[in-house]
Design a protein around this ligand. Sequence first.
Ligand code: C5P
Length: 294
Amino acid sequence: MRLRRLGPSLVIDTPAKLNLHLDVLGRRPDGYHDLETVMVSVDLFDTLTITSAEDTVELTCTGDATGQIPTDDRNLVMRAANLLKQASGYRRGAAIHLCKRIPIEAGMGGGSSDAAAALVGLNRVWNLGLGLRDLHVLAAQLGSDVNFFVEAAPLAICRGRGEQVEPCVLRAPLWFVASKPRQGLSTTAVFKELALGEMGGRSSANLLSAAACGNVHGVGRSLRNALEGPSRRLSGAVHQTLTGLAVQNLPGIAMTGSGSVCFGLCQNRRHATAVAARLRSVLPGKAYILRTAT
Ligand code: C5P
């Protein structure tokens, strides 16, 4: 997450994420699932511009998917602002502009990233003086991935619902090519489709040690997402995208989050650029070249 002042406003670039490992450990009584997931921040950013205002919080939105994103209290940015006001007793307002670049229903954490930026940004603009710990408590109430973005680590392992974040060592940047099918996927629907037999499984230890020593092929071999099965069953486009990536001879491929974006790990920028060009000619939808964000 990058913050800068621009006149009376605070401008925040907040990143997307990719899940390099996602294991579902079991169903919980509260309807959620216990997870073990390893995530990286990548250099595809939404931008929030926050300006202090008299008494109401207002959100405007431009960029990709405008019209599909509500700007009222259904938006996680508005929910973050309301939660912060409630928790701190602060009464003034803010004008927030959101420029959307992270695709929606993609598994790239766009809404969660925006919510985290709103928490961090409004805490600064309103001079609330909340610490990282306080922000984590609020983040966990907004969604399972919000804490990862509040922590702002390049690589982290997340447990519980996803809200318990432990930063990990990433020795060298990683390059990816990501393909977004035209059709998105609902996280709730994918978790509902998950069968008992698809839960539990592999440890992320090999992945984390490969990331810590800059071993790209070690990382590639360890990519895993337990939600791939249910997402493939719900969406022919996910199946088609993973099949399209599988023939590119990459160090590793996987789906991110609950999809529908799927990605391949590449050797370097040049490799990612070449693969993205090939994907654009064989797969519908959008292809992104991504690097881990610091
Ligand atoms: O927490 P978040 O709002 O991102 O979750 C969206 C939906 O995904 C939840 O309502 C739930 O159906 C599912 N989910 C889950 N277990 C998790 C995270 C999400 O079942 N750990």
